[in-house]
Design a protein around this ligand. Structure first.
Ligand code: TRP
Length: 330
């Protein structure tokens, strides 16, 4: 069985963009592969953040993952900072990572432009990401397109470490597993859906909130009046429909959009009903977990224990091959 690793930042809210673009696929992958899913809190601190809310955001993200259908019996779910081997391997991999490659990462360039003082951690973000995956010798990494450059660098780091140190043990070169889902934009129809931009529908939003947020959401900009025909192919609401409505509904929606048979609100009402129905069981499971955070932290502790057992084996091999003096019991 192939090993799968993926990570998600503890933004505090799992939204329908995360769900349709990533988490729904993770739920499927857990039936086919040996999966690890990680709440990457160490990555989250590379940008300005509030330490007072970090722990709760990690917990909420884990609740979102479990409520979405990731089963602790099938996949290892854990919080990155609970397994200190991530930071240890990160340091070791720093020594084989070319600085120029880090400086060329578009994510680094974008994020560093938005900060007055750029911390070295932001530059080294992709090295930590490489450590995440290589620590478990994972070969499949489900990610969005925006992570492809990080994956390319991850392979480069593996190759460089292997060229210098491999001896019986070598890191496999991980492959991206690109999601086939159409990318959902934020409700503004402009930027990607993101909690920090305030353009999301949360996976756990109550029905009234879903409807309140959908009503003013951007549609085909050329459709100004109720009588204008629309083009569903360029409408973000239609993209979201794909995630929640069955094929016959999609056909009906597209037809009524093109012929102006329906107004955008009619289309959104159908979407809201389907979305509310699809998310209801997730909200119910989340409510149970929210009422019992102890169970969630226990699950995360067990997940970290299982992850650590694999990570330690890798680190023993890595340390030995890099030539460190062993500790007495080793
Ligand atoms: N950088 C990823 C993102 O922003 C999150 C991430 C961290 C990740 N470590 C990972 C994804 C390892 C895949 C594998 O989406």
């Amino acid at each position: 069985m192939a090993r799968v690793f993926s990570g998600i930042q503890p933004s505090g809210e799992l939204h329908i963009g995360n769900y349709l673009g990533a988490v729904q696929n993770w739920v499927k992958l857990q039936y086919q592969h040996d999966c690890l899913f990680c709440v990457v809190d160490l990555h989250a601190i590379t940008q300005p953040y509030d330490p007072a809310t970090l722990a709760q955001r990690s917990l909420d993200m884990a609740i979102g993952l479990f409520a979405s259908g990731i089963e602790p019996a099938r996949a290892i779910v854990f919080v990155q900072s609970h397994v200190s081997e991530h930071t240890e391997l990160n340091w070791l991999l720093n020594t084989v990572t070319p600085l120029g490659e880090l400086e060329r990462q578009t994510q680094f360039k974008d994020k560093s432009q938005r900060q007055e003082s750029v911390p070295a951690g932001l530059l080294n973000y992709p090295v930590l990401q490489a450590a995440d995956v290589l620590l478990y010798e994972a070969t499949l990494v489900p990610v969005g397109e925006d992570q492809l450059q990080h994956l390319e660098l991850m392979r480069e780091i593996a190759r460089r470490w292997n060229a210098r140190f491999a001896n019986g043990f070598a890191f496999p070169e991980p492959q991206a597993l690109l999601s086939t889902a159409k990318r959902v934009l934020g409700l503004d129809g402009q930027a990607k859906m993101s909690k920090s931009l305030g353009n999301t529908i949360g996976l756990l939003d109550p029905p009234e909130t879903i409807w309140e947020k959908l009503k003013p959401a951007a549609t085909d900009p050329a459709r100004v009046t109720r009588k204008d025909p629309g083009n569903p192919d360029i409408c973000n609401i239609f993209t979201i429909h794909h995630g929640f409505s069955p094929p016959d509904t999609l056909k009906l929606v597209a037809h009524n959009c093109r012929t102006a048979g329906w107004g955008c609100l009619d289309c959104k009402r159908v979407l809201a009903d389907n979305m509310i129905a699809a998310l209801a069981p997730i909200r119910e499971r989340a409510a149970v977990l929210q009422a019992d955070p102890r169970t969630v932290t226990d699950l995360l502790r067990a997940g970290a224990d299982r992850a650590r057992a694999i990570a330690r084996r890798t680190m023993d091999r890595v340390r030995r091959r890099m030539g460190f003096l062993g500790t007495p019991e080793a």
